[in-house]
Write a protein that binds this ligand. Structure first.
Ligand code: SAH
Length: 276
């Protein structure tokens, strides 16, 4: 299960799981390789500072005393944007200790070590946070690790009444879509669904759906694929001729190709909800 630490995208998760079943050596190498790749990029999933700030604009209850948690925070690209644009204490929770080291170094470099802390923990377990204590839970590109509905149901307990939950989640834009992209996603993340269906799940879990918006294309191209390509070149140069590196890069390029081909059918959506 530890290999999940570096699954930053449902597709990458499935890739590593498949490789690990086939050959343990490849799995062990992938583990450090994928860490190395994602530690080299500022964000581990699609997103942008502008999208984080836009989502934050729907949240109106924050003060210096607020308590915020960023679940599956990665190395904290979006957490630092939150810290810059919202008051309160922020706890980042992340499965990977290596990512948390980078997170805490980044927070200290910005002088925020007293209000922004990264801790190692898993969202599949009871969270190391007090029940009914949080004003805001944030989670960009990470709720898929436990599933959207489960996340909304379980995380609600940790929010104060009137507290907010803001997440990004892979979603279909249309009721129907070409089989190739449908099958590709269903293989990796069965909970992908249309925006109205996701909103209905939010309502059912005991929240008011406050806002949804589709992450603009540059959240993928400029902030996810482009830095990813630079990191790929680094890896390819560092491990010339290495089959695993080549395959991993090929796989990630395929992911980018799928997006270019089918971006009008799916994407990441910000969902902002308020606990009733
Ligand atoms: N929020 C960051 C990272 C998204 S990638 C960003 O938007 O850039 C998903 C993150 O979830 C990865 O950092 C991965 O290590 C983390 N993760 C995977 N399983 C987890 C779990 N069970 N508990 C906490 N974090 C987990």
């Amino acid at each position: 299960m530890q290999m999940k630490a570096f699954c930053c995208f449902p597709q990458v998760c499935t890739y590593i799981t498949t490789m690990s079943k086939e050959n343990k050596t490849i799995y062990e190498f992938d583990f450090s390789l994928i860490y190395e790749h994602f530690a080299n990029v500022e964000r581990q999933g699609p997103g942008s500072p502008e999208a984080t700030i836009k989502a934050l604009s729907f949240i109106d209850n924050l003060t210096d005393k607020s308590r915020i948690a960023d679940l599956g925070c990665g190395t904290g690209g979006q957490t630092m944007v939150l810290a810059q644009n919202a008051p309160g204490q922020i706890t980042g929770l992340e499965l990977s200790p290596e990512f948390i080291d980078i997170f805490n170094r980044n927070a200290a470099a910005l002088g925020w070590q007293d209000r922004v802390k990264g801790i190692v923990g898993s969202m599949t377990e009871e969270l190391p946070l007090e029940k009914d204590s949080l004003d805001l839970i944030w989670s960009e590109g990470a709720i898929y690790n436990i599933g959207f509905e489960r996340g909304f149901n379980q995380w609600r307990e940790y929010l104060k009444q009137g507290g907010y939950l803001a997440v990004t989640e892979a979603s279909w834009f249309t009721d129907e879509r070409p089989a190739e992209i449908h099958d590709y996603w269903i293989e990796h993340y069965q909970e992908i669904d249309t925006i109205p269906n996701k909103v209905a799940q939010i309502q059912k879990a005991g929240y008011i759906p406050v806002a949804t918006f589709i992450l603009p294309e540059n959240c993928w191209t400029e902030h996810y694929f482009a830095p990813g390509s630079v990191a790929h070149e680094k890896l390819l140069n560092k491990y010339p001729g290495n089959k695993t590196v080549e395959e991993f890069v090929k796989y990630q390029r395929y992911e980018a190709e799928m997006f270019r081909k089918y971006k009008e059918f799916y994407g990441y959506v910000f969902y902002i909800a308020k606990k009733i």
